[in-house]
Design a protein around this ligand. Structure first.
Ligand SMILES: Nc1ncnc2c1ncn2[C@@H]1O[C@H](COP(=O)(O)OP(=O)(O)O)[C@@H](O)[C@H]1O
Ligand SMILES: CC(=O)OP(=O)(O)O
Ligand SMILES: [Mg+2]
Length: 403
């Protein structure tokens, strides 16, 4: 019996999403999520999909990512899907920052671990969790290949004109200051799926992908290759996000330090964790913001308008970067579910060939679909992202080649 299963771990700053897949037919055997790691109210939600097992939920403190992963391993073992299974071929890990170095999925060794660690200062919320995930998985199954799939990889095709900041070149090079981009696994998967939806080869299609989750980023994809993206050195640049500011005048930082008396660490926390939608209106969940708007809440309305204004600017910018756009694809939690966001982002862009059909836009579905009217020159699509499936496929392809 050959090993065809892949466990995928997507470790975020305070959560771990995981899936166990059988790559013989890309089916899911189990999926789950550990939330609020490090708090008293941690929660593990585990759903076995192979047999007739029902969803299980456990609450109570889970101290760190190591404890989280061990709890996940115990849940899988309870379903007879434990990490000791000989059918497990590899464990695939989402690693957020791979710098310029990693352009492909990579089997983890000590040098790879050292490089991911070296990049912690430019992904302080993500890379430490990714490292813990890898190390814990290694300890549980030292014989198994651990594969790192980097958020930055898809963006390494960006031309220098898009990747460089206009600052002193020597300083930038010394400190590796450039734009790397993130959510690349999602941008790759969604741009490819959008081409499929249009019935075209990825090489023939130009797409603007809007990944709108808690973290959010836009990308311009020409013929399957990324030519620009909104996140930069770190996942802070670009769109307005759940808790991150996105673009601002860099002098805001000097001002807050010199005049406001804030420390660099305080400003870091302010911009990464207390800004964006939560900073503007106290909520970072788009469902709650829409509910408040419906009740006439002005603060929520303004937060929404700022979010949309930025989004629209990026659509325009990437339209110009690409010259010709075949489709715009909305994805991730907000992009897949928030019809008012999609409608507002595209409103008024008819001259660019863009429009959304109200009825199609209001349909709820887990399938990739078009929401633009028949006549629209540029198609508007909703394409549910599947980072875990994409990571599993890349992991399995790599292990299959080498193993
Ligand atoms: N039904 C919905 N309507 C509107 N927004 C939603 C809905 N479901 C989820 N969201 C939004 O999606 C966000 C989470 O997106 P997700 O892609 O899961 O983020 P992440 O992977 O960064 O945690 C939530 O914070 C919320 O704003
Ligand atoms: C890179 C990034 O922002 O990831 P997430 O959206 O998972 O926070
Ligand atoms: Mg996400």
């Amino acid at each position: 019996m050959s090993a065809t299963r892949v466990l995928v771990l997507n470790s975020g700053s305070s959560s771990v999403k995981y899936q166990l897949l059988d790559m013989a037919d890309s089916s899911r055997l189990a999926v789950g999520l550990v939330e609020r790691i490090g708090e008293e109210t941690s929660r593990l939600k585990h759903t076995p999909l192979a047999g007739d097992g029902a969803e299980r939920e456990r609450t109570g403190p889970i101290a760190d990512h190591e404890a989280a992963l061990k709890a996940v391993a115990a849940e899988l073992a309870a379903d007879g899907l434990g990490l000791d299974s000989p059918e497990l071929a590899a464990i695939g890990h989402r690693v957020v920052h791979g710098g310029k170095h990693f352009t492909e999925p990579t089997v983890v060794d000590d040098a790879v671990l050292a490089e991911i660690e070296r990049l912690i200062p430019v992904a302080p919320l993500h890379n430490p969790a990714n490292l813990t995930g890898i190390r814990t998985a290694q300890a549980l199954r030292p014989d198994l290949p651990q594969v790192a799939v980097f958020d930055t990889a898809f963006h390494t095709t960006m031309p220098e004109a898009a990747a460089r900041y206009a600052i002193d070149v020597a300083t930038a090079d010394e400190h590796r200051v450039r734009r790397y981009g993130f959510h690349g696994t999602s941008h790759a998967y969604v741009s490819r799926t959008t081409a499929e939806l249009l019935g075209k080869a990825p090489e023939d299609v130009n797409v603007i992908v809007l990944h709108l989750g808690n973290g959010a980023s836009a990308s311009a994809v020409r013929g399957g290759r990324c030519v620009d993206t909104s996140m930069g050195l770190t996942p802070l640049e670009g769109l307005v996000m759940g808790t991150r500011s996105g673009d601002l005048d860099p002098a805001v930082i000097f001002h807050l330090a010199r005049v406001g008396g804030l420390s660099i660490d305080e400003i870091d926390t302010l911009l990464n964790k207390k800004s964006g939608l939560i900073g503007l209106c106290g909520d970072n969940d788009m469902r709650e913001i829409r509910r408040r708007i419906d009740e006439g809440d002005e603060q929520a309305r303004l937060a929404f308008d700022i979010y949309i204004h930025r989004l629209k600017k990026y659509i325009g910018a990437y339209y110009a970067v690409l010259g010709r756009v075949d489709a715009i694809a909305f994805t991730a939690g907000v992009g897949e579910n928030a019809a008012p966001v999609r409608a507002a982002a595209v409103a008024g862009l008819e001259e660019l060939g863009l429009a959304v059909d109200g009825e199609l836009n209001s349909v709820r579905s887990d399938e990739p679909r078009l929401i633009s009217p028949e006549y629209a020159r540029v198609k508007v699509a909703v394409v549910p992202t599947d980072e875990e499936l994409e990571i599993a496929a890349q992991t399995y392809a790599l292990v299959g080649r080498h193993g």
